[in-house]
Design a protein around this ligand. Structure first.
Ligand SMILES: *[C@@H]1O[C@H](CO)[C@@H](O)[C@H](O)[C@H]1NC(C)=O
Length: 368
């Protein structure tokens, strides 16, 4: 009996050591339309820095069928087939089709998940999409069940949807992942955590967006305390550590200060920061924009995160040091790995030093 236990212990230890950690790279394919050094296409991807490439996004129609959101880019320009072709550079690479995202909203997904025939449309169109293009799996990014126009039944309907997807995928070996809101108030509203965790291969926890200009004050996009609280909450609710994938944002949230002389975290702001040259949306800056700015940068040890400012502009973001801290936390908690949102805002061209500094740091900590 004792020998058997020792043998089992050695076997499971071996599994822990050999299980490769996930580095899931989200790719916002629309960055193809950015100008100059912001333009990003498949030639800018280093397939060896990712175990998973998450091709974002697909949408659904009112019948629940998955649809291309840009058939020109996906098919005419051939982005999907080029993405699948990256498996020639990294034969272990899994390429996933990501359905949903913020702009898709919640209501279509709520009515699909709650209707048997729409669910079958969704599942059948997922199988067709994966099979016809050679994807390795699906990542569902419904933002969010029971919010933004959804309703209470979404919580259990989401479990049903995921269970049916899992069963439909099993014969083909397709992977099933989800991306979820991280913090307790958001997650407890949207998810039956233990039940959804049983249906999926992994859960991408979006541990960022913890501060916005709408708060009326500056704050950290992804501070240490919020990440620890969020992951500990998911674990306490029955999500197994080996399915949790820690989210890293390769971007910052930016603010316009009310008073440029009050430039600390928590200082009043009058609105979003100015749009960046590549990303072009107020309140949001890619790391590839931030690193070229040469603003005064401070690393805040209490939050394990940097911020930077210049005049009335202020941004909180992640850099190599804060990503190192996040990966140490993921390792301490024995999580499945990390994901980055997203490839096209890391310094993928190496404009400020070595290419892909943030994604490289993730790999250094988790894989190399
Ligand atoms: C959704 O897409 C499917 C497949 O293309 C199509 O058959 C169906 O009519 C569409 N439904 C709506 C409401 O547009």
């Amino acid at each position: 009996m004792g020998k058997l236990l020792v043998l089992l212990a050695i076997l499971s230890l071996g599994q822990i050591i050999t299980a490769e950690r996930i580095v899931n790279c989200y790719w916002g394919t629309w960055a193809n339309y950015r100008s100059g050094n912001g333009k990003f296409d498949v030639s800018n991807i280093d397939a060896n820095l990712c175990t998973h490439l998450s091709y974002s996004f697909f949408g659904i129609n009112d019948s629940g069928n998955i649809q291309s959101l840009d058939t020109w880019l996906d098919y005419d320009l051939g982005f999907i087939s080029q993405a699948i072709g990256l498996k020639r550079q990294n034969s272990n690479l899994k390429v996933l089709a990501v359905v949903g995202g913020w702009n898709e909203g919640s209501t279509k997904y709520s009515s699909m998940a709650g209707d048997w025939s729409k669910r079958q449309n969704f599942i059948n169109s997922a199988l067709t999409l994966l099979r016809n293009n050679g994807f390795d799996g699906l990542d569902l990014d419904w933002e969010y069940p029971n919010q933004r126009g959804g309703n209470w039944n979404d919580r259990s309907n989401f479990v049903t949807l995921l269970r049916e997807l899992k069963e439909a995928f099993a014969p083909y070996g397709y992977e099933l992942g989800i991306a979820v809101g991280a913090g307790e108030s958001l997650a407890s509203t949207s998810y039956e955590i233990a039940n959804i965790a049983q249906q999926v291969n992994f859960i991408n926890v979006m541990t960022y967006d913890f501060a916005m200009a709408s708060d009326g004050k500056t704050g950290f996009n992804a501070p240490q305390w919020a990440i620890e609280n969020a992951i500990n909450y998911w674990l306490s609710q029955g999500a197994p550590a080996n399915k949790l994938v820690l989210g890293v944002g390769s971007y910052g949230r930016s603010f316009q200060l009310s008073d440029p002389s009050q430039n600390w975290p928590g200082a009043p702001c009058r609105g979003v920061g100015s749009a960046g040259a590549y990303t072009g949306d107020g309140g949001y800056l890619g790391y590839n924009e931030i690193c070229q700015n040469n603003w005064h940068t401070v690393f805040d040890n209490d939050n394990a995160a940097p911020y930077a400012y210049s005049g009335d502009q202020w941004v909180s973001f992640d850099n190599v040091l804060s990503v190192q801290w996040k990966m140490d936390f993921a390792l301490r908690k024995n999580l499945a790995g990390a994901m980055v949102w997203s490839l096209e805002t890391d310094d993928y061209r190496g404009l400020c030093g070595q290419a892909y500094p943030l994604l490289r740091t993730i790999n250094e900590k988790l894989r190399w």
